[in-house]
Design a protein around this ligand. Structure first.
Ligand SMILES: [Zn+2]
Length: 378
């Protein structure tokens, strides 16, 4: 039924789209959008199905984005209800993906249906960017779709991503940016030898300890109004030659830095190298960027989202950049006004993942109001 996010979510959960398999999940969305007049562009990259869909030729183009893939269930015997049934119990819809993020996608499609029932013509375009590759490697999904959009000259003016962002209810929190992430691998060299003759060896573990202590305490920045201070965490430490009487030749270290807009991958590498150079140790360092930080500028999208949430919940949302990375990192460089707004996130990836009927309805109403605010301002 048009405008009903509950039955649509149940259908989506019944497709076993465990990343990167699709199992007919995107087809369900495509059929609903085709019925509304959207043009569908299926985009398969490697083993991953994605699609872009658009209704209208005018600007502004509001893109609604999300992923249909879900994480594995874990032991199904631990689930109280089957994970791919979409059953309702105690005012909650249960199933893998109910929260992250088939609930958000169902609310988006239902909201577009409700909006078009009231306003079949409107000045602008609505599009969908749906990927099946967010929960795994994220290499054949949004990042490639965005390249395809750029090649076609397809412009996104605003983008809403339906990641679950709610803290205690949908609409209480909007993500307006995310931290970046770099991974470092560091080798500190010494000289192998016999533990009984340390003067003939050079112990790299002894050398590494004060260096790692300095790295772990290294002040990277102080953060800013939108982000906490950037933070380096050591994630792996390996040494040893396999015998108790050998001083090893080297120590291998891995670390990750979650960083804010006060730093860049280059400035972080400079800070790390300065610390290493000052130690005098012989080392090798490689740092790889897995995500750049971004912050959505204040603009029409944020204003309309805040207004819609106030209209539907009576409260203004809290803006946050916390949490891990999301596909917004690929969209934001192409469409700066990108925000994340979805259902309450407390059961994402859990056994017995669910969304409450109340939250799903609230999110559907908020999305409908956002569409009205953007396209039919009063
Ligand atoms: Zn997700």
């Amino acid at each position: 039924m048009k405008g009903d996010s509950v039955s649509l979510l149940q259908q989506l959960i019944q497709a076993k789209s465990v990343t990167p398999v699709d199992d007919g999940c995107q087809r369900i969305l495509q059929d609903r959008l085709t019925a509304l007049g959207f043009t569908i562009y299926p985009l398969t990259f490697g083993p991953v199905q994605n699609f872009y869909a658009r209704l209208g030729a005018q600007s502004p183009n509001l893109c609604m984005a999300g992923h249909t893939d879900v994480v594995p269930t874990g032991p199904e015997s631990q689930w109280s209800l089957p994970p791919f049934a979409g059953e309702i119990r105690d005012e909650r819809i249960y199933g893998r993906g109910a929260c992250d993020m088939k609930g958000g996608l169902a609310a988006m499609v239902a909201a577009v249906e409700r909006f078009l029932q009231q306003s079949p013509t409107f000045p602008g375009s609505i599009s969908f960017l749906v990927t099946g590759d967010e929960e795994a490697d994220a290499v054949d999904g949004t990042v490639k779709v965005v390249e395809w959009l750029a090649q076609r000259g397809e412009k996104l003016d605003y983008c809403l991503l339906s990641e679950p962002t709610g803290q205690s209810m949908a609409g209480d929190c909007v993500k307006n940016g995310r931290r970046g992430s770099v991974n470092g691998t560091l080798t500190i060299f010494g000289k192998q030898g016999h533990v009984a003759h340390p003067h003939l060896a050079d112990n790299p573990i002894h050398k590494a300890m004060p260096i790692l202590d300095r790295l772990a305490r290294l002040p990277l920045d102080e953060g800013n109004a939108h982000f906490p201070p950037s933070c380096l965490q050591l994630t792996s430490l390996k040494a040893g030659a396999g015998a108790t009487n050998v001083i090893p030749a080297l120590v291998e270290v891995a670390f990750n830095i979650r960083f804010c807009t006060e730093n860049t991958p280059q400035s972080l590498e400079t800070l790390v190298r300065q610390t290493l150079d000052a130690s005098g140790a012989q080392y090798q360092l490689e740092m790889k960027t897995s995500a750049l930080p971004f912050l959505a500028p204040t603009g029409a999208l944020l204003a309309n989202v805040e207004r819609a949430i106030l209209q539907e919940t009576g409260q203004k949302p809290h803006l946050s950049t916390s949490g891990g990375t999301s596909d917004a990192r690929f969209i934001a460089p192409y469409c700066p006004q990108t925000l994340e707004l979805g259902v309450t996130n407390n059961s994402a990836h859990h056994v017995d993942e669910y969304v409450t009927l109340d939250d799903l309805d609230r999110l559907t109403r908020i999305y409908t109001s956002i569409l009205k605010n953007i396209f039919l301002p009063v």
